[in-house]
Design a protein around this ligand. Structure first.
Ligand SMILES: [Zn+2]
Length: 272
């Protein structure tokens, strides 16, 4: 296995920490959810002979290559079928891989439970596309988290909010000033579609270019951040808004909510 420097190990430790939060919150049943981190910038010089590492072609459903500009990128990623809670041992439930120079496969550099056939999550191409789009736009985000936050999903079943990103986002924002402040670009909804489909990948990337959180209708949420903790924070804060909103409805009343004028003042005061 390749030697990992301390900066890389720190990012992987954050993935383990977040994975534990997701499991504790019941947001990551069985193999649900996944996390990827682009380590390319912090990996250091890489001039190993790649022939010593297991090389695997992309076999993920419906797609046969990464975007061309992903060639040479190095990621830590959860393995397909692996449990989020097992990321407490990041070398077993995940791996560090390098996308090959043709962007059609990858070399396994580290982890992967020492299985030479270890494959990343089926959402990995989508994660790579999201991170590349972010990088091209000048964003420092290097991590993608997908999970199943209970209240964000519940609200995505509500007929009045499920198909209206603006109404959905406002329902969460109005519950607590911090939601408006720490999810400043809001929440965008990706209409229900097949997990792993191109439609879902494109929709998610497009929503995350405009918003801090993409909610997959009747499925879950995706966010990016400079690291796993920051990506988690966006989903955590957004979910707090949804949870408070649903608690009000469950208590039998529509919340008054922070007024649009007060939210506008927050926006101006904190330059959101
Ligand atoms: Zn999912």
């Amino acid at each position: 296995m390749v030697h990992l420097n301390q900066a890389v190990l720190n990012e992987i430790a954050k993935v383990s920490e977040v994975a534990n939060y997701l499991w504790q919150r019941e947001w990551a049943e069985r193999n649900g959810g996944n996390i990827s981190v682009d380590l390319t910038d912090i990996f250091g010089a890489f001039d190993d002979d790649l022939a010593q590492y297991s090389h695997l072609p992309l076999t993920m459903v419906g797609q046969d290559s990464f975007p061309a500009e992903a060639a040479g990128h190095i990621f830590y990623v959860k393995g397909t079928g692996q449990r989020i809670r097992e990321l407490r041992e990041p070398d077993k439930a995940g791996c560090v891989l390098r996308i090959d120079d043709q962007a059609q496969g990858y070399h396994l550099l580290w982890g992967g439970n020492q299985n030479p056939q270890f494959a990343p999550t089926s959402e990995f191409i989508s994660h790579v596309e999201i991170i590349l789009a972010k990088q091209q736009s000048g964003s420092a985000d290097r991590c993608v988290v997908h999970t199943h936050p209970l209240e964000l999903i519940t609200l995505s079943h509500h007929p009045r909010y499920a198909h209206d990103s603006q109404a959905y986002c406002y329902a969460c924002w109005q519950m607590l000033p911090e939601v408006r402040a720490f999810v400043p670009r809001g929440i965008g909804i990706v209409p229900y579609c097949m997990p792993g489909s191109k439609m879902m990948a494109d929709g998610t990337r497009d929503q995350l270019m405009q918003h801090d959180v993409a909610v997959w209708e009747k499925h879950g949420a995706v966010a990016t951040g400079v690291d796993a903790l920051c990506a988690f924070d966006f989903i955590d804060v957004a979910n707090k808004g949804a949870k408070l909103f649903l608690k009000c409805l469950a208590s039998g009343f529509e919340p008054e909510g922070v007024t649009p004028e007060d939210m506008q003042r927050l926006k101006e005061t904190f330059h959101l």
